[in-house]
Ligand binder design. Structure first.
Ligand code: FAD
Length: 297
């Protein structure tokens, strides 16, 4: 199923993101996570791709996406990065995705860094989107976008101009980098619409449930921390359970605000944490149901 079509039939498209187990973790961790997530009303589940990982680790993305489809009958989205791949590598991955019936691909450049050796066949995600569409137009391509601007871009206007190239290359749906201040998302949406972007955009929300996650997340994606968020973290820093409860409540509030402002796509970065994903989903399930009911009337 082409997940971009979901936006035609549903008022809100709700999705979850999981990642393959790290080298040091048992492979069972992801099976346990998926088993725990079963039954949550996810319209699709996306599976990340370790740009700097080994071939075996990277092939896990396809394997897990395939399991999500066959075992749980949920539509998977396979992430795919290109900076560290040759065209032949990508062709082989597409062969494997196709053979496993995976139709939706999030086309990404991948981060630059010491773990990644650029192969120089691809420089940006729009080139990967174009390559996928040329390989087989029936693949549905998604792309990433950045409400607070990608760190390689000098201005958000330039970033959005570049984003348009990804859409011209075939991306039919975008998922945002995580953010903690919804105003950044609303301002980005206004700008994107002004610049003629009309594809659906899912808002990426990551619940912060422990202190170490905050430092990692901020250094990785550069999301700014609003005052209310920092106050919350400082207040509960020494009480792990309270911090977890507050982090979940913060994410739920963000999502309720987004839905109230007619945002159509919510993408939850689950961090493979079943309890957190279940608690957040439970809190917003009735809102999503009633919004979908309103559309059908
Ligand atoms: P691009 O679209 O290529 O953009 C990168 C920068 O280049 C931006 O500044 C952009 O404005 C600029 N640019 C884009 N196109 C052009 C062009 N044609 N000419 C000049 N400049 C251009 N990383 C992983 O390794 N694995 C994952 O699974 C993964 N999943 C992600 C999921 C989401 C939803 C998001 C938001 C990010 C994810 N990332 C993942 C991180 C991502 O790989 C990095 O953010 C990376 O730095 C940029 O990827 P991109 O696809 O947005 O790149």
């Amino acid at each position: 199923m082409n997940i971009a079509n979901l936006f035609q039939s549903k008022k809100i498209v709700y999705s979850l993101e999981v990642f393959p187990p790290k080298k040091t973790s048992s492979v069972d961790t992801i099976y346990n996570t998926l088993y725990g997530l079963r039954g949550l009303p996810a319209d699709f589940i996306s599976v990340t791709y370790g740009a700097g990982g080994s071939d075996t680790q990277r092939s896990k993305t396809c394997e897990i996406a395939s399991l999500i489809k066959s075992e749980y009958q949920i539509e998977p989205v396979s992430h795919l990065t290109c900076l560290n791949s040759t065209k032949e590598d990508i062709r082989q991955t597409l062969d494997s995705l196709k053979a496993n019936g995976i139709q939706n691909i999030l086309a990404l450049r991948g981060d630059k860094g010491p773990a990644v050796t650029p192969k120089n066949d691809f420089t940006h995600a729009n080139e990967l989107a174009e390559f996928i569409k040329a390989y087989d137009p029936s693949f549905n391509v998604l792309g990433a976008c950045y409400p607070e601007c990608h760190c390689d871009s000098e201005t958000i206007d330039q970033d959005i101009e570049n984003l348009k190239l990804k859409i011209e290359a075939g991306a039919s749906h975008l998922i945002t980098q995580l953010f903690f201040n919804n105003n950044h998302f609303y301002e980005f949406m206004d700008k994107a619409i002004q610049k003629g972007i009309t594809v659906p955009i899912s808002a990426g929300i990551m619940p912060i449930i422990n202190k170490s996650q905050i430092e990692r997340t901020v250094s990785m994606c550069g999301a700014s921390l609003p005052r209310a968020f920092s106050t919350m973290i400082n207040k509960y820093a020494d009480d792990p359970q309270a911090l977890k409860d507050a982090g979940i409540a913060y994410a739920v509030n963000q999502i309720i605000d987004l839905i109230s402002n007619d945002v159509r796509g919510i993408h939850l970065y689950t961090m493979n944490n079943v309890e957190t994903a279940s608690r957040i989903t439970e809190s917003i399930e009735n809102i999503i149901k009633s919004q979908n009911r309103i559309t059908k009337r």
